[in-house]
Write a protein that binds this ligand. Sequence first.
Ligand code: PH2
Ligand code: MG
Ligand code: MG
Length: 168
Amino acid sequence: MPTAYLSLGSNMGNGQAHLRDAIAQLGSHGEVSAISSCYETEPVEFTEQDWFLNCAVALETDESPSQLMASLLQIEENLGRRRVQQKGPRTIDIDILLFGDLIVNTPELTIPHPGMAKRRFVLQPLAEIAPDLRHPLLGKTAQEMLNSLPPGQVVRKTHARIFTDNNS
Ligand code: PH2
Ligand code: MG
Ligand code: MG
């Protein structure tokens, strides 16, 4: 089964609960095989908003990339996401970073995620669970991408543990 790597983020309400509930619901779409620590992260791109909690998850799934995308949108809606402002505050955002070695370019979906190599809030959690995972277009591993980021973008590991049926 292919492994999808996902980035999860929340900056509205109880972020830790939203990450935990999203991961629990991911369990209906495959097997959650790794969960990173929870990180407190400075907002990037749209900076006038609260800090985020971010984590990364590995999901072994039978769903196709577009089926998985639809599943993630459904989970976001279940957890109360309302699309008010692009890149603005959200209860939960779940993005597909990588899906095995697949490259997908459709109007609805781009894999690998086009922003991932520039985002410390993505790469630090990802490198924690899969340091040797290789980006199929850039040829660099998660750890190498993280190491080559310019300084900036504060990302701090929190003590929060995400307990789910998968890792408790
Ligand atoms: N998501 C964004 C834009 N900016 N910043 C942080 N720190 N974490 C995010 O998850 C995030 C962001 C758009 O999806
Ligand atoms: Mg996003
Ligand atoms: Mg998204």
